[in-house]
Design a protein around this ligand. Structure first.
Ligand code: CMP
Length: 147
């Protein structure tokens, strides 16, 4: 079935100049980029976005990293988009991904377990929530001048 998912090009990959190549790879894999915006996530937003990881040993580092610079947010559409984008991203740790999935986005564009270049929603329900967070809620907050 046709689905939509949220992809984030994280601050490490944006700063390294990989965003354009990541978009080329995404479109070559048959995704259509429906919406796109570049934004700097606030620490408060990152804490809510990644609330499921609160309390994990890497949480503080994740919040610092994700709010450290510009993020490119993309809404992707394709047949089976959620699973297809997760598969294309590769394993969480970019260094490990280079050994096992060298063609994956994290192997090609990421650095390590935190600075791993891209994010993707993990389910259809979560994709709907994440798209709403980034493309609607974030806009309202920006309009209110809070971010
Ligand atoms: P992501 O798939 O977007 O979801 C959670 C993020 O937390 C993950 O990518 C990494 O950026 C980060 N992360 C997950 N596990 C670790 C870890 N063990 N050490 C540091 N960062 C991690």
């Amino acid at each position: 079935t046709l689905q939509r998912t949220l992809a984030l090009v994280k601050p490490d990959a944006v700063l390294s100049g990989h965003a354009a190549n990541i978009k080329v790879d995404i479109e070559a894999a048959g995704f259509r980029i429906i919406s796109e915006r570049e934004l700097r996530l606030s620490p408060e937003f990152v804490k809510r976005f990644y609330a499921e990881h609160a309390g994990r040993h890497f949480f503080e580092g994740l919040v610092d990293f994700m709010s450290s610079g510009q993020t490119l947010a993309l809404v992707l559409e394709r047949h089976d988009a959620v699973a297809a984008w997760r598969a294309m991203m590769g394993p969480t740790d970019s260094a490990a991904a280079r050994g096992t999935f060298p063609d994956s986005m994290r192997a090609k564009y990421g650095t390590d377990g935190r600075r791993n270049a891209v994010h993707g929603s993990e389910s259809v329900d979560r994709a709907r929530e994440e798209i709403r967070m980034v493309f609607e809620e974030f806009t309202e907050e920006s309009i209110n001048g809070q971010i």
